[in-house]
Design a protein around this ligand. Structure first.
Ligand SMILES: C[S@@+](CC[C@H](N)C(=O)[O-])C[C@H]1O[C@@H](n2cnc3c(N)ncnc32)[C@H](O)[C@@H]1O
Ligand SMILES: [Zn+2]
Length: 395
């Protein structure tokens, strides 16, 4: 038994032990500073893993692995709540976490199907990278960047399997610490009003490039941003052709600081001047330019969220299901208002107006102030100004 105060928590359909957190713990403690990592605020991330695994593998028997398991709640929830996990490997390098995982597995009555290890995650994953030992699902959920574990996680996943990846290092990914992003993701970030989507796209692009290196293609099925992290679920398949096809979705973005327009190009054909005003734009990437989610998959996961009463996950999935997917950035109404020196309409009013004009437009889960559209920037600015003057007519 670890020598620190624990308490019984309930999350989803699972009872488990984790460090006892005093009231208002966020002000005094970070989950990484605890004897065993546990963040109650990551419940949504775990709910989404339960939904993604249950949806993807419905009716199949799955070998799952959580190489960075903390107290084990994520993997245990997968085993208890999805009805598809036939074998589960849980691991953490921290010896207190290892003991707690074993207790939690016992408490959940899962000792027959779970193996628990106290190893370095890369060593564990590398030991499972040969054909017969690979997993169907690998969940990479570190405190910080998944970059050090990603290639081994992909190698440990069988063709046709699924990988869940979290990144909590939003400062580098959102462009507030560019050197750190270059070091970890081999990508140049950009601090912009739409940087939360850029963060997700750098992560997915990095997953695709890492998979391509080992001969695998990827399809992102669900990607989201929440609070302190971005997370993606991608299916992976061994095929050099698919790997090359995946890389066709990776490219560069360009933000023109003179006229405000945002453009993008393929990996192999970056451009150097703004299409609109011929200034030299700011280039960033490489990042994923394709769809971040499969609408069909998201709708099926949404159905499960409804059936199991996961309200927060349901709301998030509904927003994602409605998002314009093929435009890799969003506008923020407050930033446009500042640029146009005007007041600010609600994002939904801009979306409705653009749709009434025949453009595709949606709100975005990345940002409550944001909206996405395929309308040209000039049209967006015109709609914005019309809505503002209709609400505040000149005397
Ligand atoms: C964010 S926590 C995991 C949280 C857990 N997935 C959950 O949903 O509650 C990351 C865990 O990775 C463990 N860890 C860090 N580096 C590791 C390594 N090289 N190998 C194995 N575990 C490691 C830490 O001890 C920590 O428990
Ligand atoms: Zn321009």
């Amino acid at each position: 038994m670890p020598e620190f105060p624990t308490k019984v928590y309930v999350e989803g359909r699972v009872k488990f032990l984790a460090p006892a957190l005093p009231e208002g713990w966020e002000k005094a403690l970070s989950p990484s500073g605890m004897p065993v990592f546990f963040n109650p605020h990551s419940k949504l991330s775990r709910d989404m893993a339960v939904l993604a695994v249950g949806t993807y593998f419905q009716g199949r028997a799955v070998r799952a692995c959580e190489p960075l398991a903390g107290c084990g709640v994520r993997g245990i929830r997968l085993a208890v709540e999805t009805n598809v996990v036939s074998r589960l490997v849980l691991n953490d390098i921290n010896k207190f976490a290892y003991s707690l995982i074993k207790e939690n597995v016992d408490m959940a009555g899962l000792t027959d199907i779970v193996e628990v290890y106290n190893m370095d995650a890369n060593a564990l994953l590398a030991a499972h990278s040969t054909h017969k030992l690979r997993f169907d699902y690998v969940d990479v959920d570190p405190a910080g960047s998944p970059a050090p574990f990603l290639e081994n996680a992909i190698r440990a996943c069988r063709s046709g399997g699924l990988i869940g990846v979290t990144a909590t290092d939003l400062a580098p990914l959102c462009g507030r610490n560019p050197q750190s992003c270059i070091r970890k993701y081999d990508a140049v970030p950009y601090a912009s009003p739409y940087s939360k989507e850029t963060a997700a796209r750098i992560l997915v692009g990095f997953v695709a490039r890492t998979a391509a290196r080992v001969g695998m293609g990827v399809s992102p099925l669900l990607t989201f941003y929440r609070r302190h992290y971005v997370r993606t679920f991608v299916s992976v398949r061994y095929s050099k052709t698919l790997a090359k096809d995946s890389l066709k979705n990776v490219g560069w973005m360009f933000h023109c600081e003179s006229c405000g327009s945002v453009q993008w190009s393929s990996y192999t054909e970056p451009f150097t001047v703004c299409n609109v005003c011929r200034s030299i734009p700011h280039a960033f990437g490489p990042l994923w330019l394709g769809e971040l989610a499969s609408r069909d998959f998201v709708l099926r996961a949404m159905g499960r969220a409804y059936e199991t009463d996961m309200k927060e996950a349901y709301g998030l999935l509904r927003k994602i299901s409605e998002e314009v997917q093929h435009v890799p950035f969003y506008y923020r109404v407050d930033e446009m208002g500042r640029r146009l020196r005007s007041t600010v309409p609600k994002p939904i009013r801009v979306v409705e107006k653009l749709r009434s004009m025949g453009f595709r437009a949606s709100l975005t889960h990345f940002d409550g102030q944001g909206f996405k559209t395929d309308a040209p920037r000039k049209v967006v600015e015109q709609v914005f100004s019309e809505l503002v003057s209709a609400s505040y007519p000149r005397p």
